[in-house]
Ligand binder design. Structure first.
Ligand code: CDP
Ligand code: CDP
Length: 227
């Protein structure tokens, strides 16, 4: 079977990780959550007391950090310098600082290098903001997932409550909108739909129907590859 490469991009809360993980499972591919990589380095920076606008300190951190993504049954776990930091990735302080940290060219450069290395092996479903444009511009299947801001905020509120965080739903909506704005305004590999990506609006749709739509795109591509 062809070593399929699937790129899934879109704004926060569009369902990228949920859909990407399910598609990877169904096709026996590796799932790579690139957002978790940016969240991981942001958490470590905050722990070390590094200011998210201190590009010099972040550049050294990005160079020296040892990051591993370990796929497990309940999802991908992120290990940094020998410690599993997955439980901290959704901390609201990380969510607020991550678009600043991810905009630092040295941080992006390092993360992109690691992601391209994983992409080269193929057999991968990768989700993020710049996968179809910068990491795998020649991916076999490219999807840009979206949903209304209102629906994405509702989903995130539900998720955060599940993690036990105390939250203000209006603040969650404002934070999502601000993060999308920063991600789209970034100079270096911003959040943008690749011209050849399939746009899927998931507003009002359940997970299963979106998974099936992406799987159909993948299977069609696989069949074409065998012709
Ligand atoms: O899950 P959610 O959509 O909230 O975010 P995420 O995928 O975990 O990504 C967190 C942040 O990492 C984004 O808001 C971006 O600032 C950054 N990111 C990026 O710059 N490029 C990527 N390929 C993935 C994430
Ligand atoms: O990775 P991203 O931030 O794009 O989204 P996520 O972390 O996968 O979260 C999306 C949430 O919306 C999850 O709780 C899903 O169960 C839910 N959801 C979805 O992903 N897709 C739908 N069509 C409907 C709901």
């Amino acid at each position: 079977m062809k070593r399929l490469r699937v790129a899934i991009d879109g704004p926060a809360g569009a369902g990228k990780s949920t859909i990407a993980r399910r598609v990877a499972e169904a096709l026996g591919l590796l799932y790579v959550d690139t957002g978790a990589m940016y969240r991981g380095i942001t958490w470590v920076a905050l722990q070390k007391g590094i200011d998210p606008v201190d590009a010099g300190a972040l550049a050294s951190l990005a160079r020296d950090v040892h990051m591993e993504l370990r796929p497990e049954k309940d999802g991908v776990r992120v290990w940094i310098d020998g410690k599993d930091i997955t439980p901290f990735l959704r901390d609201p302080r990380v969510s607020r600082a991550v678009p600043v940290v991810s905009g630092v060219p040295a941080v992006r450069g390092r993360m992109m290098e690691l992601q391209k290395e994983l992409a080269r092996r193929g057999g991968v479903v990768m989700d993020g903001r710049d996968i179809g444009t910068a990491i795998m511009p020649d991916a076999d299947v490219k999807v840009f997932l979206t949903a209304s801001l209102e629906e994405r905020a509702k989903r995130r509120v539900k998720e955060l409550r599940g993690y036990g965080h105390r939250i203000d739903p209006d603040q969650v909506g404002r934070d999502l909108a601000e993060r999308d704005r920063a991600d789209a305004a970034r100079e270096f590999s911003p959040l943008v739909k690749a011209p050849d990506a399939r746009l899927i609006d998931t507003t009002g749709r359940d997970v299963e129907s979106v998974v099936q739509e992406v799987l159909t795109l993948c299977r069609t591509r696989l069949l074409k590859g065998e012709e």
